[in-house]
Design a protein around this ligand. Structure first.
Ligand SMILES: Nc1nc2c(ncn2[C@@H]2O[C@H](COP(=O)(O)OP(=O)(O)OP(=O)(O)O)[C@@H](O)[C@H]2O)c(=O)[nH]1
Ligand SMILES: [Mg+2]
Length: 637
């Protein structure tokens, strides 16, 4: 049974061809990591091999890599996700080219700890062993392995193995381990089929955990799949966790469509990219790189080609580091903090590596002068500063989904950072469910714009009470999110600059201001309809007699209709509110005294109006559910 309480640590071998990496893994674990027929025949490692060891409460997953220079790309797929490096140097050969290359790779990938094994110690005398040790110490001086144990061992005689295990254990105990609480991510390093089970993939679980029944997303395809079964360390488990070598049996996919370089991750959170902003470091041994150079790019287990785009400089010298945009030839899934390696296009040698800062980088433009400062914040800033910088670069605001895709942060981490950021006043939470953030500057601009629009509307429409909310929003264009508009409006209302009245937005305290002529016209219209009772005049006739011009007359009419002094019964017929109220009263009296049924002629008689008015009025009363049509008659309700 797998215990999840024990520590899980991935150990990667590194070192020159034939220096005894695989033999040492076998001596430590009992498993020879070479699996392929060709490997056995040629006596070299070609592809990654795996073995396990449980020792002193630590579960070690060994990833054995090939030393051959032609298979460095396989080595790279294995090196991603390594917690400890087991640097293997044969005592009879000392440091060789792939010792250096593998070591550089481990350093560039951010490996922090490890142990050095001087293998084949049975082949050398004490003087040679001492000399090699000095050489190695000097080589490691100033590196992450300075001071690490350098242990002579022999896979043949088993000498030094207990000490090596102890050293690995000590290093493992210092290793912080991988984060189980984060999103699940597993870069695939092998895919195959098992009869009766179907597709199986393996990889180092670099973050989160995975269990049978989980839905996961396959990248870069974006396909959703279901986990049928999980193994770790060669045993079926209920859940595999970060830091474990993991095999996943997948439902719903054929193994031939799966390959190394693809990634399994928590569904619906991440986006693939072809443009990433990074901190890139060139090795001292590398040639200088020119703007737009093409390189091989390796991240996780994936490999593609990248074009280098520098900011504000035309080349990078050996040993230098710089902010560099990588334009990738294929879609990849990477997150900030992910390490990568670049290799010269031809001849293929490792020239550098770095760390992803912005996985969803923008195309570089001359106008974008803030990028360097932005990347510096991404590189060094804490979560609140990073969120502030991202928000400030997102003119339209940034939502929780985008923040996750850009950072890999958990939702509660984002919420906490957003609240802190809002407290500083640098950004505004325009919506909290789902979370949307807008920079203070953009928010102020939108607020200003809303206020100006309302003001302008009042000026252009003095006879209207205010602008319809929806018209106001759409007048701002599609570049303003609905959440932002709502927050800006709420803010202006809270500050008593604007007022809302149903769907109408107006300047606080704004009242329709009629001039004397208009006020008189309004009275005149109302009077015309009051005196007419139900035998109303035509609208045209009434408006025609007014002292103001047609457009203004029409607006005044609108005011009366809006405040329901007048009621439009048909496009041509308008009645005064009082006349309609009287009509209702009369019908109710009729119902009490004469019964609930009334015919059209009786209705005409009762109201004293002609058919021209009677029919539309009855239809209006039907709509208002005062009456209901029943054959030729109406039932008064
Ligand atoms: N005498 C002696 N021979 C060893 C020892 N370890 C490994 N060898 C021999 O060295 C040869 C290479 O060993 P491997 O373990 O395959 O070397 P490797 O580093 O895995 O090689 P690649 O994976 O191809 O890079 C084999 O013939 C081993 O038997 C050792 O401790 N002593
Ligand atoms: Mg080997």
């Amino acid at each position: 049974m797998t215990s999840t309480s024990s520590k899980n640590v991935i150990v990667g071998t590194a070192g020159h061809i034939d220096h005894g990496k695989s033999s040492l893994v076998e001596a430590l674990t009992g498993t020879h990591p070479d699996r392929l027929e060709e490997e056995k025949r040629r006596g070299i490692t070609i592809d990654l091999g795996f073995a396990f060891l449980e020792e002193g409460g630590v579960r070690f997953g060994f990833v054995d890599v090939p030393g051959h220079e032609r298979f460095v790309s396989n080595m790279l797929a294995g090196a991603a996700g390594v917690d400890l490096v087991l640097l293997v140097i044969a005592a009879d050969e000392s440091i060789k080219p792939q010792t250096r290359e593998h070591f550089d790779i481990c350093r560039l990938l951010g490996v922090k700890r490890g142990v050095v094994a001087l293998t084949k110690s049975d082949l050398v005398d004490a003087d040679t062993a001492g000399l090699v040790r000095l050489e190695v110490e000097e080589y490691l001086h100033g590196s992450f392995l300075e001071g690490a144990p350098i242990l002579p061992v022999s896979a043949r005689t088993q000498a030094g193995l207990p000490e090596l295990k102890q050293a690995l254990l000590a290093a493992a105990q210092q290793s912080p381990g991988k984060d189980i609480a984060r999103y699940f991510r597993l870069p695939i390093d092998r895919a195959f089929a098992i009869k009766g089970f179907g597709a199986v993939v393996t990889g180092t679980l670099i973050s989160g955990s995975v269990a049978p029944g989980d839905e996961i997303e396959l990248f870069p395809a974006g396909k959703r799949l279901r986990v049928r079964g999980v193994q770790s360390g060669g045993k079926t488990v209920e859940r595999a966790i970060a830091g474990q070598r993991t095999a996943i049996n997948l439902a719903g996919i054929d193994h031939t469509t799966l390959r190394r370089g693809m990634v399994l991750a928590t569904p619906g959170k991440f986006r693939v990219t072809r443009r990433i902003d990074t901190r890139l470091e060139l090795l001292r041994s590398a040639p200088k790189m020119k703007q737009r150079s093409r390189v091989h790019f390796h991240a996780g287990t994936c490999e593609t080609v990248a074009e280098l785009l520098f900011y504000g400089q035309n080349e990078i010298a050996p040993g230098q580091s710089a902010f560099v945009q990588l334009r990738l030839q294929d879609d990849v899934l990477v997150l900030p903090g992910d390490r990568f390696i670049v290799r010269q296009f031809s001849p293929v040698t490792t020239i550098g590596g770095g760390v992803v800062l912005d996985p969803l980088a923008r195309r570089p433009t001359l106008r974008d002068t803030g990028r360097a400062a932005f990347l510096e914040t991404l590189e060094r800033g804490d979560r609140v500063e990073v969120l502030a910088a991202m928000t400030e670069r997102a003119v339209l605001g940034i939502g929780v989904e985008e923040i996750i895709a850009r950072t890999g942060w958990l939702e509660d981490e984002i919420e906490t950072a957003a609240k802190k950021l809002a407290d500083t006043g640098r950004a505004k939470i325009v919506s909290s469910e789902p979370l949307v953030l807008l920079s203070r500057k953009s928010f102020d601009e939108v607020r200003q714009k809303v206020a100006v629009r309302v003001e302008k509307f009042h000026k252009e429409n003095p006879l209207l009470p205010g602008i319809a909310r929806e018209d106001l929003r759409s007048s701002l264009g599609r570049r303003v999110r609905p959440e932002t508009f709502r927050a800006a409006l709420d803010d202006l209302v809270a500050q008593k600059k604007l007022e809302t009245q149903g769907e109408i937005v107006k300047r606080a305290g704004a009242a329709i201001s009629l001039d004397l002529e208009e006020a008189r016209a309004k009275e005149q219209i109302e009077k015309a309809f009051v005196t007419a009772g139900l035998a109303v005049p035509s609208v045209k006739e009434v408006l025609g007699k007014l002292p103001v011009e047609a457009r203004r007359a029409e607006k005044i009419l609108q005011i009366l209709l809006r405040d329901k002094t007048l009621v439009r019964v048909t496009p041509e017929l308008i009645f005064h509110r009082d006349a309609l109220a009287q009509l209702r009263d009369r019908l109710s009296v009729f119902r009490k005294t004469k019964g609930e049924r009334i015919s059209v002629p009786v209705f005409k008689e009762l109201t004293g109006i002609t058919r021209k008015y009677a029919i539309p009025l009855l239809e209006y009363l039907d709509r208002e559910r005062v009456t209901r049509r029943a054959g030729d008659e109406r039932v008064i309700l």
